[in-house]
Structures are given as C-alpha cells and as structure tokens.
Design a binder for this molecule. Structure first.
Ligand code: TRP
Length: 76
C-alpha cells in the first residue's frame, strides 16, 4: 500500500465532541503498540492519513469520525 509514499493515502477527519478526546496511533506490522497520543478539546479537528508507521487509531471519548466509509460517532 505504501510502496511509493503515504502522501497519496486517503485522509480521515476526527472532530472532538467533548474536551479531552484522545487519539492513539497503533503501529503497523506484527506488533501492535501505541506510538503516539494526541489530545483534542471540543471542536478541535484532526485531518490525518495512515502511514507506513500507523495502521490503526483508537479513539477515546466522544468524537465524529469521517472516512470514505462514512460517518461514525465514537464514545456514545
Ligand atoms: N499492528 C496491527 C497491524 O498492522 C495494527 C492494527 C491494524 C490493529 N488493525 C487493527 C490493531 C485492528 C487492533 C485492531 O495490523
């Protein structure tokens, strides 16, 4: 998927619906580790891509998540 570069990967959008929403990046590959944590306060938005280092994210708290698969709300 990222043989060339992750720059062309799809973006996802995460909008915090409350203070203290946490986005945790999980490593790509055989081992699954937390490698980055980002805190968002209510109304803050992250626009992000998956990369060769990150294959999944875990979201704690109420947040709106937009991807090409649609909209999902976390934390309800
Ligand atoms: N290291 C795992 C991987 O690259 C990370 C991962 C991907 C994951 N999807 C997941 C962890 C779903 C938990 C649930 O495949």
């Amino acid at each position: 998927m990222f043989q060339e570069s992750p720059i062309s990967a799809e973006y996802i959008v995460i909008k915090a619906l409350e203070n203290g929403v946490t986005i945790i990046g999980l490593t790509r590959g055989k081992d699954t580790k937390f490698h980055h944590t980002e805190k968002l306060d209510k109304g803050e938005v992250i626009v992000a891509q998956f990369t060769e280092h990150t294959s999944a994210v875990k979201i704690r708290g109420r947040a709106e998540v937009l991807t090409k698969h649609g909209r999902v709300e976390a934390g309800i």
